[in-house]
Write a protein that binds this ligand. Sequence first.
Ligand SMILES: [Mn+2]
Length: 345
Amino acid sequence: MQTLTFTPLASIPAFDAGLAECLDIITRHQSFCIVTHVNSDGDSLGSQLGLTHLLRQLGKTVHLVNPSHVPENLSFIPGSEEIHVFEAERDTALLASVDVLFVLDGNSPSRMRGMEEAIMRSPAVKAVIDHHQEPAQFADTYAIDTNACSTAELIYRLLVLFEKRDGKTYCTKPLAEALYTGIMTDTGNFRFPRTTPDVHRIIARLIEVGVEPYYIFDSVFNQNPMNRSRLLGKTLATMQTYHDGKLCLMLVSHAMMLETGTNLDHIEGFVEQTLGLQGVQMGAIVVELPNEIKMSLRSKGVIPVNKIAQHFGGGGHINAAGCRTATMSFAEAEETIVRLAKEYV
Ligand SMILES: [Mn+2]
């Protein structure tokens, strides 16, 4: 398959104007397809389903197609059972048949891995709502606020625009549960820097309409299978610190995954354990897969782990980044991280 390349937008258009355009696009059209990024997380699914519940109340037809499946711990979000995984033969026509294609929590078709062509070939009006940097040039409308804590926060702001216009409430419990999940997960349970007073005011309203915070947290985070916990135990046992205790590294070998019957999905969240160790400023997990090595990096404050990820051709944010290598061995990847980290910690 030929890979499509996308040019970045010269500059990010004003958010308020973009959101007003989204309101206008929704008002003028009837059928919608909402897509979000590969390996969906709480925010991508929360914003996708939050927007779905809004559009349905406005009498619109909504289709939901994603490049990958809904993880089990997010399948409690109302409406998630309607999401289906993209199949080119069936869904290229669907994407081409709707009036509007909403792309959420991802700003380039390349984030919808495998759906790039279907997105680009669709004659639908394309609108992006997102909070990531460097959007690609492919859509008709962009509502991007890189200061927002989550895409779910932006869907909430769109909801408020409709409420103001129509003089009624659209903040139903299923919609609120979806947006709460997005905000909770993308703020790291309300602790990351963009957890502003406004975010808490949004959360207050979501709770007022019936969201139960413990139910959402329990559904997302307290559903680990035993084999994941066994793998976590083995992984914690590999913890090592370097550079006067400021860098913490953990390793997951392929053998550890075989022994515990786990896969890459189960390692989600492990890397956060590194920052819990006293004195640690930067943490990384190195995972040995059959044909490549996958690394996730985390940091506190101004330490730019995305710089280390870029060295391997990966990317991310200043405090959270990831990368892969197919050319280094497990040990080489580990040594390289330790060496590169010395410059930053
Ligand atoms: Mn997000």
